[in-house]
Write a protein that binds this ligand. Sequence first.
Ligand code: ADP
Ligand code: MG
Length: 416
Amino acid sequence: MEHPINILERYWKFTAFKPNQEAIINAVLEGEDTFALLPTGGGKSLCFQIPALAKKGICIVISPLIALMKDQVESLNNKGIKAMALTSGITYSQLDTLLDNCIYGNYKFLYLSPERLQQELVQERIRQMNVNLIAVDEAHCISQWGSDFRPAYKNIVLLRQLQPTVNVIALTASAKPDVVNDIVKELDFIQPKIFKHSFYRPNLGYMVFHENDKHYRLETILKKYKASSIVYVRNRKSTIEISSFLESKNISATFYHGGLANNDKDSNMDAWIHNQKQVMVATNAFGMGIDKPDVKTVIHLNLPESIESYFQEAGRVGRNGDKAFAVILKNNSDEILVKNQFLKVLPNVDLVKQVYRKLCNYFQISYGEGEYLTFDFDFNTFCKTYNFASILCYNALLLLDRNSIITLSKQFKNKI
Ligand code: ADP
Ligand code: MG
C-alpha cells in the first residue's frame, strides 16, 4: 500500500500534513471507526480522501450540500481521480448508469446526500460496491443540538447494514459536547478513535469595535483591506439592504440567505467565490463547508448567536494562513443587551463554568500556567488576574470593553 505522504505529494503537491491529519489517516487505514474534529480549514477532506486512495475500492461520502459535493468532485477530477456526485435532476436511468460505474468503473469516490441514500436503487447498488470507506462530512448535521440539523442524516447509519465490514469516518468542525455525543450515538460508533485538534488559529485576530455608526465603520474596514470578506447580519432583509448600501459606496457586494432560490444562491455564491464580488453579506445560513482560502475579514454587524456559531463563522477567514481578521461591530444597545444577559447568568455558577470551558476549547485558553487569549486587546494580562470571572460570559468577553468586564466581574466576585 502506498504511503499517505506519497499520495499527499503526488496528488496535492503538499509537502507536509496539517496537525492530526496523519494520525487520522492512519487510524482510518487501520480500519478503526474514526471521528475527526478539526476546525474549519483544518484539512478534513484529505482525512478520508487519502485513505480511500491508498486502498482498493470506492469511498462513499455523505455530504449535505450539492455545492460542496461539486467542489470536491471537481477538484478530485482535476487531479485525475475518478469521482462523481449524485446531484439532483438526474433521471432514473442516468442514476442507474452512474451507479453501475461505481461498481464496475474504477471510481474512487461517490458523493451523495443523505436524502439520496433513502432511494432503494441507491441502497441496492451500494451493497454491490467494493466500498473501502464511508465518510460522513459535516457530521454535526446529524444532531438536533447543532445549527444545521438535517433529519435525513439520521439514516446514514443504514450504510453500516449495506456494508457491515467497512469503517466509518465522521468529520466536523463543531466540538459542542452534545453534538459530539449525538454523532457517536447516531453513527453507531462503538469505540471510535476521536481526534480533536486545538481550535487555536494563530493567524486570526479577533477584534471588537465600538461604533454607533456601524455602516460607516463597515465601509471603512472593507475599503481598507479591499479583499474578500463576509459580513454576517441577523436577518434576510438586512442581507439585501447592506449589500446595496455597500454597492452604493463602490464596494462590490452580493448576498445570501436561506430563502433565496437555489439558482440565486448558486450564482451569488459563485460571484463571491470567484472574486467578482468582494463582499458576501449573509445570514448564518451561509458558510458551511466554504473553502475559500483568501477571505481576509469576517465582520459581524449583529451579535453572533452563540460562541459555537461565532467560532465557525469567524473561522472562515485566513484559511490560506495569511493574517486575517474577525471583527464584531457593536453599539450601545448591543452592550446593554449583553450586560443584562451577563448579570442574568452570573449567579448561575455552573453555566458560567460551562462557558469558561467552551472558551478554553475554542480559543485555546489553557488553564493554569500559560493562561492566554488571542484577542487583540489586552486580555492576556487581564485573564491572568481575573480568569475566574472575566471570561465567564462569552458575550461579555467579545463585546464589552475591559473596564466593563472588570466591573461586572467584581460584582460577580461579591456575589460568591
Ligand atoms: P475543512 O474541511 O477541514 O474545512 P478542507 O479539507 O476544505 O478543510 O481543507 C482546507 C484547505 O487546506 C484546502 O484548501 C486544502 O487544500 C488545504 N490543505 C489540506 N491539507 C493540507 C496540507 N497537508 N498542506 C497544505 N494544505 C492543505
Ligand atoms: Mg470540509
